[in-house]
Design a protein. Structure first.
Length: 610
C-alpha cells in the first residue's frame, strides 16, 4: 500500500469513527429523552389532583429546560386569562394569579392555538418575531427575552341537532397554554424542548379530561349518595313506622289476651280447616290443655269424637257463613259433663270469603240445673193440682145443672166465673205437663205415614164450633200429601194454631188452613229432603215485628192481658214449637200488624225410605 493511500484510509477511518460517535451520542440522547419523558409522565400521572399535576409539570419543565420561568396560563371564557401554576427563578417576577387583559391574547390567537399552533420566539425584540410593540412592552415588564408557547387543547364532543337525529362531533377547545420564558438572554429553542413541551401539554389535556370526568363522577356519586341517603331515611322511617305498628299490635294482642284470659268463658278462633288459631286461658282450666298446645289442633282432637259429632253440623254451618248459637254437652278434663251454650260467628276476608269463625262457649250447667229444678217443681205442682182441679171442675159442672138445688141469678153468674176459671186452670196444668213431657224427651213421637188432608179436615172440624161462636169463617184447602209424623201431636199443633187464629180474628174474619209441598231444590239448604209446609192465615190484629220470635217462648204474650181476655196460657206456641222440632221441622210466623198473621211449620214429606 502506498503512503498516500494509507493516509487516505486513515482519514476515512477517523471520519467513520467520528460519525459513529455522533450517532451513538444521538442515540444516548434520544434514550435519555425517552427516559426523561416517561419519568415526568409518571410523576404527573401519580396524582389525580389537577393542581398537583400542573405544579409537577411546571417544576419538571423548568428543571429539564433550565428555563427561567415556566407557567400554565388558563384561558377564561371571556378572553382574559391568568397564570394558575408557575415555576420561576427567585430573581424574576412571579406571574402566578396575575390576570391578563383580553388584548394580550386576542381571539384570532386563540383560534390558531386551538388548532394546535406552537410559538417559539428566540428574541422578543427581534422584529422577525412579529410581536406588536405593545406586546413587547408588556413582556418587558416581566423580563421576558425568549418564549416558547404550546397550547393545551381538549377535544370535546359537541352535540348538534341534525334534521332527523342528534349527532355528536369532536371539537377542539383551547383550555390554556404551557409557556416557558427565558429572562436572562434570548434563547433559541431546540426541537427536543418543543417536543417535550408539546407532549406534556397533551398529558395535561388528558389529566384535565380525567379530572373533569372525576369531577362529573363525584357529582354523580354525590347526587346518588344524596338519593341513597334519602332512600335510607325513608326506609328507616318505614322501619320505624313498622316497628311502632308491630309494637302497637303486640300491645293490643297482649291486651286482648289479658281480657280474654280474664273471662270465664271459652274464646277461640277456628280456621276453615277446623283448626284452632287462638284460645284463651279458660281452655286450660276446662280441658287441661294450654292454648299453646291447642294451637293448630283440629276441633275433634281437642273435644273428642263424641262431642265433636254434635258440634260438626254447627261448625259446618258457621263455615258456610251462618251465625250459629246452640247448646251442647261436653266432657271436661275431670270427666264431668257440662252443658254449654256456644255461638259461632263467621269471619270473612275482604273478598267476603269465610276464613274461619270466632267461637264463644259458656258454661250454662248451673242455669240448666235451676231450669230443671223449676220444671220439676212445676211438674210436681201441676200433677198435684190436676186431681183436685178435675174434681173441682166436675163439682162445679154438677152444681150448674141445678140438680142440687137452684141458685139465684147472681149465684149462677158466680158459678159461671168459677167454672171458666177452673177450666183455664185445667188447661194451664195440662199444657205445663204437656210441655214438660215433650221437653224432658220422655215422649217419643210415634211417626207414621199420614195424609195431610185427613189431619187438616179433622183439625178444622174440631175448631168449627169455636169459629162459629166467634163469627169467623174457616176455610180449609186440603191436599193429598203424605207426611211422616205423629198424628195426635200434629193435630194438637194444627188445632192450637187454628184456635189462636180464630181467637185473634175479628167477627166476620176468615181463617185459612193450607198445605204445600216444597220443591227440595228451593227448600232450606240444611233440609235437602223435600218438606211439607202447613200454613194458618188470619186477618186478625197481627203481631209486632219485635215479638215474632219471642211468642214461641214460654208464657210470652204480645199483650199480658191476652191470657185474661182470650183465655190463653202463653204456652200453646211453645208446645207447637217443641212438637215441630221433634219432627225435625221449623215453625215461624210472618205478620203485618193490623192486617193479619200467617203461622207456618214444616214437616218432612213421606218417602219410601221411611
Ligand atoms: P196463648 O195461650 O196466650 O194463645 P200462645 O203461646 O198460643 O199462648 O200464644 C202466645 C201469644 O202469641 C198470644 O198470647 C198472642 O199474643 C200471640 N198470638 C198467637 N197467635 C196469634 C195470632 N194468630 N194473631 C195474633 N197474635 C197471636
Amino acid at each position: 500500500m502506498s503512503k498516500r493511500s494509507s493516509r487516505q484510509s486513515l482519514k476515512a477511518d477517523k471520519q467513520n469513527s467520528k460519525q459513529k460517535d455522533s450517532m451513538q451520542a444521538e442515540l444516548r440522547q434520544q434514550k435519555q429523552r425517552v427516559e426523561l419523558f416517561s419519568e415526568v409522565t409518571l410523576k404527573i400521572r401519580q396524582s389525580l389532583q389537577l393542581k398537583e399535576i400542573l405544579h409537577t409539570t411546571v417544576t419538571e419543565v423548568q428543571r429539564i429546560l433550565q428555563a427561567d420561568r415556566v407557567l400554565i396560563y388558563q384561558v377564561l371564557p371571556d378572553g382574559t386569562g391568568k397564570a394558575i401554576s408557575e415555576a420561576v427563578l427567585p430573581e424574576y417576577p412571579a406571574l402566578i394569579q396575575l390576570e391578563f387583559p383580553e388584548e394580550v391574547f386576542p381571539a384570532d390567537y386563540q383560534q390558531l392555538y386551538s388548532q394546535g399552533r406552537v410559538r417559539e420566539i428566540a428574541n422578543v425584540h427581534n422584529p422577525a418575531a412579529g410581536l406588536a410593540d405593545c406586546l413587547v412592552e408588556f413582556v418587558e415588564q416581566f423580563d421576558i427575552q425568549a418564549k416558547l408557547i404550546v397550547p393545551i387543547v381538549q377535544t370535546l364532543n359537541v352535540h348538534s341537532n341534525g334534521q332527523s337525529q342528534s349527532t355528536s362531533q369532536p371539537q377542539n377547545h383551547l383550555w390554556g397554554l404551557l409557556i416557558a420564558h427565558q429572562c436572562r438572554s434570548p434563547r433559541h429553542w431546540v426541537e427536543f424542548e418543543l417536543e417535550l413541551m408539546q407532549q406534556l401539554a397533551d398529558q395535561i389535556s388528558i389529566a384535565l379530561s380525567q379530572a373533569q370526568l372525576l369531577e362529573h363522577l363525584e357529582e354523580v356519586v354525590e347526587v346518588r349518595t344524596a338519593e341513597l341517603q334519602q332512600v335510607n331515611r325513608n326506609l328507616q322511617q318505614e322501619i320505624n313506622v313498622r316497628m311502632q305498628a308491630e309494637a302497637a299490635l303486640r300491645q293490643s294482642e297482649e291486651q286482648l289476651r289479658l281480657i280474654t284470659n280474664a273471662l270465664p268463658v271459652l274464646i277461640a278462633y277456628v280456621d276453615d280447616q277446623q283448626e284452632y288459631r287462638f284460645n284463651n286461658q279458660a281452655y286450660e282450666e276446662w280441658l287441661g290443655q294450654s292454648p299453646r298446645n291447642i294451637y293448630g289442633q283440629h276441633l275433634q282432637q281437642v273435644w273428642g269424637a263424641e262431642s265433636y259429632q254434635r258440634m260438626q253440623p254447627q261448625v259446618e254451618a258457621a263455615l258456610s257463613g251462618q251465625v250459629v248459637t246452640y247448646e251442647n254437652d261436653v266432657v271436661l278434663k275431670d270427666g264431668s259433663v257440662r252443658s254449654v251454650d256456644a255461638t259461632y260467628i263467621p269471619h270473612r276476608d275482604a273478598d267476603k270469603i269465610v276464613k274461619g269463625f270466632f267461637s264463644l262457649t259458656s258454661d250454662i250447667s248451673d242455669r240448666k240445673a235451676i231450669e230443671r229444678m223449676k220444671d220439676e217443681f212445676i211438674s210436681v205442682i201441676s200433677h198435684e193440682l190436676r186431681t183436685p182441679l178435675t174434681s173441682l171442675h166436675s163439682a162445679l159442672k154438677i152444681l150448674a145443672t141445678g140438680r142440687l138445688g137452684t141458685l139465684s141469678n147472681e149465684g149462677q153468674q158466680m158459678l159461671g166465673i168459677a167454672d171458666d176459671s177452673t177450666e183455664r186452670l185445667v188447661r194451664l196444668v195440662n199444657n205445663v205437663l204437656d210441655l214438660q213431657r215433650i221437653e224432658s224427651g220422655k215422649v217419643v213421637m210415634d211417626r207414621q205415614a199420614c195424609n195431610a188432608a185427613t189431619l187438616m179436615i179433622q183439625a178444622a172440624e174440631a175448631m168449627q164450633a169455636m169459629a162459629q161462636q166467634q163469627g169467623v169463617t174457616l176455610v180449609t184447602q186440603a191436599a193429598d200429601i203424605f207426611i211422616w209424623a205423629d198424628i195426635d201431636y200434629i193435630l194438637q199443633t194444627l188445632t192450637n194454631l187454628l184456635s189462636n187464629a180464630i181467637k185473634f180474628s175479628a167477627i166476620g174474619g176468615t181463617v185459612w188452613l193450607t198445605v204445600d209441598q216444597d220443591d227440595p231444590t228451593t227448600s232450606h239448604p240444611q233440609h235437602s229432603n223435600s218438606e211439607v209446609v202447613f200454613r194458618v192465615r188470619d186477618e186478625g190484629q197481627g203481631i209486632p215485628a219485635d215479638q215474632l220470635e219471642r211468642i214461641f217462648e214460654r208464657f210470652q204474650q204480645v199483650d199480658s192481658s191476652d191470657s185474661r181476655k182470650k183465655g190463653g196460657t202463653g204456652l200453646g206456641l211453645a208446645i207447637c214449637r217443641k212438637i215441630v222440632e221433634q219432627h225435625n221441622g221449623r215453625i215461624w210466623v210472618e205478620s203485618v200488624p193490623g192486617c193479619g198473621s200467617t203461622f207456618a211449620f214444616t214437616l218432612p214429606a213421606f218417602h219410601q225410605s221411611h
